[in-house]
Structures are given as structure tokens and as C-alpha cells.
Ligand binder design. Structure first.
Ligand SMILES: [Zn+2]
Length: 298
């Protein structure tokens, strides 16, 4: 727990008290539509939150390195993720004007966990299990990266932290480890738990998750990744979760409802992808999964 941040947050909460009502906001004429970000989040100083996230991310990498589970820069899977990031990150500005100034990082931690995260300020990590157990295609990995980046870009942690503070100032701010506030399940890995031990797991809200799904699809589509991979991704999640729920599902409400949401918004994001590909939507062939038993998505 970062005491400096806690004190700063409490100070901020005590000195401000102007929650604003969210209003409809359209970031751009095409793509998905989102609500305006809660002004409440500004009670938490962005620079301090990002600095604390950066510090915790560095600690996590250090711990992973000591345990021999930090996958080296030269590894093909790290290079693959970073290549995906090179296409995803330029789309971030549309969703958060501070994003181009963030010190984005992408790392891979070699554990079996089916999980990934993006801390405030663009600190991304994937766990090997999500790549191997779900046999992720580049499109699917891009959807996950887009989803996690969307949590950071839409400042869900910052909002959650502000809201926790407002409703129950001292206890809630002091009681949570930062990793919990960043939406990382501290039970996910020992690496995470040791780097950011936490007393409680604070999940993103369902509406945060829906927003991250949709913004993630928009980001991936504009980066030239097929948004229909979001559907095959969640079908794969459903398949592996039959043998016990993977960790990503424990922090991400599951399944059919999310697929339905994605299908509902496909008409907003598929044209973005088709535009990058330079073809009309109707000329796009169905998206073929690389896993048996998952139907192609039209
Ligand atoms: Zn999420």
C-alpha cells in the first residue's frame, strides 16, 4: 500500500466535494458511444495515481524477474504482444488525451494464469496462460489488450478510488491495496499478491466492464484487428471455464451476456475494421476461430 498516495487521496477527498452528473458523450461520429467520464475521478490526482501504478508495476516486474517468470524482451511472444501494442496504443488518444504522454509498457509473465491487466498510465501485462490456454489469435490478443487499455483510458480505477473514498473515506482508501483498485485479483498469482498484497478485491463494475468491452472493440478495430474475435474469445473463455473458472473470469463477469453486448454493437465497430482493410463490410469473410467447435462469426 502506498501511504503517500493514500494521504494525497484523502486530502483531495476532504478538500473537494462536487460530484458531477454523467452526460452522454460521443467521442467521435463513428465507432462506439460512451458516457462522459465521471468528474468525481478528478478528486484523485492523475499524476500521483499513475506514478503509484508505475511504481507498483516496476515492483511486480522485479518480483517476477527474481522468480524467473519475467519473459525476456527477446522472446517471440513478448515481441508479438509489443507488435500488437504498436498498433493498439496509437488509438488511445481518441479515448484519453493524456495517453500519448503515458510511459506505456507491455510485459509477459510466465505463469499459467488466464489473465491480463493494464494499470493506470498504460502499464500492461499478460500472463502466459491466457495466450496458451486460449490459443489466442493476434485478433483476440488485441481485443484483450484493447479491453484492458480501455479500463486505463476510461480511468475506471481512478473513478473507483474516488468513489470508494467518498462513500467511506478512511477505511476504504486505507483498506485496499493498489492492485485491487487497479482491478487485479490479488489471488491471481503469488507474483501479483506479493508485489501488491491487498486486503480486498475490488472489482470493476459491470458497467465498467461493458464499457471496456466496447471501447476495446473500437480500439482493436481501428488498429486493424477483427472485432468479431471478441466473440470467439468469449466462447473460448466459456470452453475453458467448464473446468473451473479462469482468473480473468473472476474479475470479469462472464459469458453470454457479454457476447450479446458485443454482437449488438458489432455494426458500430465492424465498419472501422473494414475501413482499415479497405473493403466494404459485406465483403468481409466470416471470422474463423482457430479452435474446433467454435462456429465462424459472420
Ligand atoms: Zn475488464
Amino acid at each position: 500500500m502506498n501511504r503517500f498516495l493514500s494521504m494525497a487521496v484523502i486530502a483531495a477527498i476532504f478538500t473537494c466535494s462536487q460530484p458531477a452528473l454523467a452526460a452522454k458523450e460521443s467521442v467521435s461520429p463513428d465507432g462506439v458511444k460512451v458516457e462522459k467520464m465521471s468528474r468525481l475521478r478528478t478528486l484523485v490526482p492523475e499524476s500521483e495515481l499513475n506514478a503509484a501504478a508505475g511504481q507498483q508495476y516496476a515492483e511486480l516486474l522485479q518480483q517476477a524477474k527474481q522468480k524467473g517468470v519475467l519473459v525476456p524482451d527477446s522472446h517471440p511472444q513478448v515481441q508479438r504482444l509489443r507488435a500488437i501494442g504498436e498498433r493498439i496504443i496509437p488509438q488511445a488518444k481518441r479515448w484519453n488525451e493524456s495517453a500519448p504522454g503515458w510511459q506505456w509498457e507491455i510485459n509477459l509473465i510466465n505463469t499459467e494464469d488466464i489473465n491480463a491487466f493494464c494499470m493506470p498510465g498504460g502499464k500492461i501485462a499478460f500472463f502466459s496462460g491466457i495466450l496458451t490456454k486460449l490459443k489466442l489469435t493476434d485478433d483476440e490478443a488485441a481485443i484483450i489488450m484493447g479491453h484492458e487499455a480501455a479500463h486505463a483510458l476510461r480511468e475506471h480505477s481512478r473513478e473507483r478510488l474516488a468513489k470508494s473514498g467518498i462513500t467511506n473515506v478512511g477505511a476504504s482508501v486505507l483498506g485496499f491495496g493498489l492492485s485491487a483498485l487497479f482491478g487485479i485479483d490479488p489471488n491471481v498469482t503469488n507474483t501479483v499478491a506479493e508485489a501488491g498484497a491487498s486486503l480486498a478485491i475490488l472489482k470493476f463494475s459491470r458497467s465498467d466492464e461493458t464499457e471496456a468491452d466496447l471501447v476495446g472493440l473500437d480500439i482493436a478495430a481501428r488498429a486493424g484487428y477483427d472485432p468479431r474475435a471478441g466473440i470467439t474469445l468469449w466462447r473460448k473463455m466459456g470452453m475453458v471455464s467448464k473446468n473451473g473458472p479462469p482468473q480473468w473470469l473472476s474479475t470479469h463477469p462472464a459469458g453470454t451476456a457479454r457476447i450479446a453486448q458485443m454482437e449488438k454493437h458489432m455494426a458500430q465497430v465492424l465498419p472501422l475494421y473494414a475501413k482499415v482493410k479497405g473493403v466494404p463490410v459485406k465483403s468481409l469473410p466470416p471470422y474463423e476461430s482457430n479452435v474446433k467447435g467454435i462456429e465462424p462469426v459472420k
